[in-house]
Design a protein. Sequence first.
Length: 712
Amino acid sequence: MEDGLLSSLNEAQRQAVEAVEGPVLVLAGAGTGKTRVLTTRIAHILLNRYAFPGEILAVTFTNRAAREMAERVRALTGVSQAMWMGTFHSLCARILRRHAERLGFTGNFSILDDDDQLRLIKAILRDKNIDEKSLPPKLAHAVIQNWKDQGLTPEKLTAAVDRQALSGRGPEIYREYQARLKSVNAMDFGDLILHVLTLFAAHDEVLKEYSQRFRYILVDEYQDTNVAQYLWLRLLALAHKNICCVGDDDQSIYSWRGAEVGNILRFEKDFPGARVIRLECNYRSGKHILGAASGLIAHNKGRLGKTLWTPAEGGVKVRIKPVWDDAEEARFIGEEIESFQRAKMPLSEMAILVRAGFQTRAFEERFLSMGIPYRVIGGLRFYERAEIRDAVAYLRVVASPQDDLAFERILNVPKRGIGQATMQQIHACARQRDGSLYEAAAHLLSSGGFKGKLAEAIGQLMEGFARWRQALDTVPMTALAEQVLEESGYKRMWQQDKSPEAAGRLENLRELTRALGEFENIADFLEHVGLVTERQQEGSADMVSLMTLHAAKGLEFTTVFLPGWEEGLFPHQRAVDESGMKGLEEERRLAYVGMTRARENLIILHAANRRMYNQWQASVPSRFLAELPSEHVERLNGGAYGNGGGGLNWRQEIASIMSGAGKQEPLWSVGTRVFHQKFGYGIVQEVQGDHLDIRFDKAGDKKVMAGFVQKA
């Protein structure tokens, strides 16, 4: 059986399986069979009796991956139950259940979910008289979890960290948070690894027990480990040093989740004498797809280096399609999908991978009009997202004050101090007067039914609705939506939210205001939203997949479309601004991941124009396009965009456009003379996206939306 086990492997895979002694790093490129190598390696160890099942530790990132690994090992060997196989968190929880008393817990400790953690942080802020507006609970939660991902207990926070965190109160809040968790015999997910590190550091006999027990350690997706996970693995490998880490530095795309690509890059330094084995034979993608992807990722400096290849000959070149705008982009992809479908390719074999969630709206609406079934993987459809439903609810109340469901949804979003008792009061008044909730709130406000800050908050909201309703017939739809989201405080709520999702929610809101410009009036828009949300099309199992590039990791499709390859969108401007070259290299790795999802057909699109901040802007093609080797790509004619194939070749055209990128005159700049209907004439002092700081001649300094002024 052992001979049959190894005979099906290629040479590099076989080396990775048989190199069981000492530290081994397996650099497994996309589609090179890393899961097969991991499971075969475990089977090889067991069948040769190098170790008993209980002496093997196999670590994955998801329960699904752990189950798949266990099933494959069971099929090869007939055993898997005795092995320590699971996620970082589940394995650490298993250790803590045995040794919790050494840390002051009992073995039946609770593991709190995110909601309970947030509730506990809110209670701490309240008890310390810290205003949630100045220090949002979600921000405190994110900072604390980041510290835990770095393996930092409250006692290990340095002075440098102290000064940066939560207005200097971070360590204090962190200490209190940990104390309260301990008082109720509870931990959060970050604690599971952090407490094991503390346990190992304080009780070397416990570390010695586990380090000697696990003769062989195997780790999947090593490039995605954070600092705490990295430290845990290094401690466990102290005794035998038989650690095999499988990963791909070119697919490290989760830094925003705490992943540290440096862990895999310094493996040979951490484990002197380590053997590095490269899996480069790809069994998924065509020759041109691999050539283009390898040429792109070669531009990254922070990588160990490998080049994917395939034994298969032929294949279709990567196609680059320039389009005029995102409407043409959606139309072209829809027509291509129908063409592939006519050629008998199932819809489930096609995927559209976008850089930002807001990009899905154009495709969703196009597919609905064409009758193409689709599914959004790893997220909700555009109009089902919470921030979009909230924003639409505001517009529904503007259009119809009798819409009780919409009014109730947004009455306390953002928070206005309206609790259950106030809602019951409004409902009771509405029943008594046989009217709507909006009318009841207005009546209670005018009759003194609300007091103090509550009356002030509801009063401001009701004044806002009256003002927005008056503007319905005079203000453009997009400008009105911006005004509602700005003046209601809803947009500010997400701007102050420090969670990783907040930036994406703001992008979705901008896309919503852009969508409003496609309708003559608010009634038409709301009718459209109602029809779109009714047509779920979940009856068909054969659907096109629509998802972000981050959600696509680990998946593969026959045909992949990559739209939106433009500077500022991909690579995303925020990533470059916040992390510089490190951020740019992660964006390039994300492009590499997207490209290597395709088996046969890969089509990349970039638009000449894209509407950003409610202004049409000329888009510069992504620098990644110029980095694709020309022998592996084919540029399609651009119709209204480009030169139809004559004159410059596509690489020269991209270089030409990019060389003039900084020469375009911005729409708004410091010193521009503007006019506002309410405040009169003024001069722009600062530009921040769609926000302008303006010094008006008579009204003084004001911050206004760009959509409400015009050049004087």
